[in-house]
Write a protein that binds this ligand. Sequence first.
Ligand code: FE2
Ligand code: FE2
Length: 508
Amino acid sequence: MAKILIIDHTPQSRESLAYYLSHNGNIVTNASNIDDGLRQIGRQCYDIIVLDFRDPREDLTLLKQIQKNQPDAVVIIVSGFPSFSHVQLAIKEGAFDYLTKPVNADEVRFVVQRAVSYKKLRDMNLKLNIELSERNKVPEVTSIERAEELALVYQIGQEISSHLDLGAVLRTLVNKVTELLDAEICSVLLADRKSGILTIKAACGLDKDQVLKTRIESGHEISGWVMERREAILVEDIERDQRFGKRNNEKYYTHSFISVPLIVDDEAIGVVNINNRSSRELLTEDNLRLVKALAAQAAIAIENARLFTTLEGTYIHTFMALTSAIDMKDHYTRDHTEHVTEFGVAIAKEIGLSKKETNAIRQACLFHDLGKIGVHDSVLTNPGDLSADEWLEIRQHPTRGAMILRPLRFLGDIVKLVEQHHERFDGTGYPFGLKGEDIMLGARIMAVADSYDAMITDRPYRDALPRKKAVEELLGNRGVQFDPGVVDAFIRVLGQKQACEADVVIDQ
Ligand SMILES: [Fe+2]
Ligand SMILES: [Fe+2]
C-alpha cells in the first residue's frame, strides 16, 4: 500500500495512471498542474510522486521543490519521447525512474513496485542509522567503526539490490557475506511458496551433493527453526546448544554459527546461514548485526527479482502466443518459429556460447518474426512475385518487431538480434546493410537457422527444397549471405542430428 500523487497535465494520461495504480490498497491523488501539485504536497506526505515532465525549467524547479518539501517521497518521471533529454536531466537530479507515454499498465505497476521496494530499503537504512546513532554511547573509535560499518552495509545492500536476476542477487549476497565475515561456509535457502520446504539456492564451501539434496521442512533443523520463528540466531557453540546440539555438522569446526531469516512484509521467505571463519575465531554479536542488516536488504532484492521474473515470464508468454499466431496465419510457415529456435540454440551450443548468450538467442529466435504481425495476410501468402511495395512491407518486419519489443528494457540485446536477423554477411541485407562482424553473432546464427528452415519448407511461391539441396545453398552462400563459421557449425549440428535419426531407425 502506498500514497501516490500523480501530477500530470494531460487528463487522459493522468486518468490512465490513476486507474493502473489504484490497486493493492494504494491511495492515489491527482493534480492537473504544478500549482495544484504544490498544494497537494503542502497538505500531506506521499510515498511516490509521479511527475509529468515536459517543460524542463518549470518541472526541474518542481522536482527540487518536491525534494525539499517531501524528501522521503520517491519521484517517478513520466514523459513523451520529445523530452527524453529532460528526463535524463531529472534522473540526474534525483528522480528514481521514468515512464514513457503512452503509459502501459504492467510497466507502470512494475516501476512503482520497484519504487516502493526502494523506499522501504532506504527507510530501513535510515532507521538503522538512527538506531546506531542512539547506541553511540560507546567510545569515539567505535562510533567511527559503526559509521564505516553502516556505510559498508548500505553499499553492499545497493549492490545486491542492483540486480534483477535472482541468481545474481543470491550470488552477490553469498560472496559479500563470506568476504565481510571472512567465512568459509555460507548458504542461502529459499522456501517453496506452496510446500514451505527450504532448499539451498546459493552456497559456498558446501559439497555440490549436499546443496542439491538438502530439503528442510519448516520447524526442522536449524534453518527450519529460524524460518518458523523468524528469529535470527548466533550460536556460540553448536554442540553445547540444547536446541541444536544434535543437529550439528562435522564441518562446523569453529562451533559458532549464524542463521538469519529473510523477511519480506512480515513473511519469512528463506534463511541465510554462516559458519567457519578462516581465522577460526568465533562469530560475534557484531557479525550477527551485520548479517541481519544485509539479509533485510537482500530479502527485498530477492522479492524484486522474483517479481521481475514473473513479469518477464508473462511478457514472454504473450509474445510467444503472438508469434505462434503469426505462424498459424501463414500456414506455410507453421512451426517455423519453433524450428528456427531449435536450430539457433543448437548452433549457439555447437559454437560454445555461454548459457546467457544461448538463452538470448533462444528468445530472439522466438520473437524474430514478431514484426510480421503488421504485414498483410495477402502479402504473407502471396504465391506470385511480390510488388515493390509488398517487398517494402515485408522488409519492415525486423524493425517493426524491434519496435514492439524495445519498451521491454529487460530484453536488452535480444531486441537488436531481432532487428538484425535479415542482415547479410556481405552487407546487402536489411534493414541496415550491416556487414561481417558488425552484425551481432546471434543475428548471424539466426540468419542461418531462419534461411535453412525457410528453404526446407513449402513457401507460397515455391516447393520445399530437399535437405541436401538446402545444405548446398548454405555452403554456396558461405561468406556471402552467411557467416562461414556459423554455416560450418550448423553443418556439424545437422550431421549430429542425422546420426541421431539414424540411431532411431536402427532401434526400430
Ligand atoms: Fe524474418
Ligand atoms: Fe523467419
